[in-house]
Design a protein around this ligand. Sequence first.
Ligand code: G3I
Length: 306
Amino acid sequence: MAIDLNELNSDDRYRTVAMNQFNSITAENIFKPVYLHPNENTFNWVEADQLVDFCETNNKRLHGHTLIWHNQLPSWIENFEGTSSDWDLMFKKHIQTICTHFKGKVSSWDVVNEAFEDNGELRNTIWRQKIGDSYIEKAFVYAHESDPDAVLFYNDYNIASKKAKRQAILELFNSLRQKGVPIHGIGMQMHISIDYPKNKKIENALTELSDDGYKIHFSEIDISVNPNGKDIEPSTELYDCQADKLTAITKLYKEIPSEYQYGMTFWGVSDQNTWIRTFFGREDYPLLFDDDYNTKPVYCKFKETL
Ligand code: G3I
């Protein structure tokens, strides 16, 4: 599950669920550059190390999210001035200081997040503009140099629904792997809804990625029951559809060879914590637990399917 440290520290119900229901943790925000690397020469480990302690004490696997992304960057990176080689040095230090700090504590990293557009073009992020297309390859090489045991992922959304995006991702990473670049897996974020994308598309994506030898992490699961932002009430019918969708994708996930199943991560615990409500400003109920931390039908069916 994705953890919000403030909730973990302030709400006993949240903490109880986090401790008892999940065996793998991703930080929803505090491992992102704006939090870990607020100034050029300052790294802030305080909150992240609290999460490391929580994981060690409670025997949870910790997945790092994310080293390189175009969002949630500190302003010093956005305003950094220098040649492309200055950028490369700064980028390398960012990645390697973080990977070295968490070596042996973080099992896996989303090394690069959301580098592609849905149409398959490379997103024109600040990293690409300043370092060039090779920033993706370099990020994996630098991360691996600092922590050779970490499992390294590329993470993105719409991998199942957008074929052009998936093909571009596979084309790039297959060619990098042929050169020996250490890329072990692909994170399919899975911000989906009860009827989108169709299960067949998810199945096709799982097959293509695992046939090409990537571990697959369902890295940010939530299943919207109200993607169009209508005025709705959570109903038994909607909750059953949500349960059916999660059951279907879980069954498909379990069908890929076990060595390619890295895990399933829910992007939050209770519906009251979901990013969807704040980000889209709509009513929605996409997670396993309701606003009062009661289990929902989707939780019960998921548990039966596991
Ligand atoms: O830290 C500030 C805090 O100081 C301030 O008081 C508060 C006021 O709004 O904002 C806090 O920052 C917010 C942060 O979450 C922590 O709560 C940001 O405004 C808000 O934009 C940020 O949203 C996060 C979002 O990524 C940023 O793009 C969501 O929580 C997080 O769930 C979401 O996660 C992303 C994944 O990393 C990548 N894939 C998509 C996914 C959903 O967008």
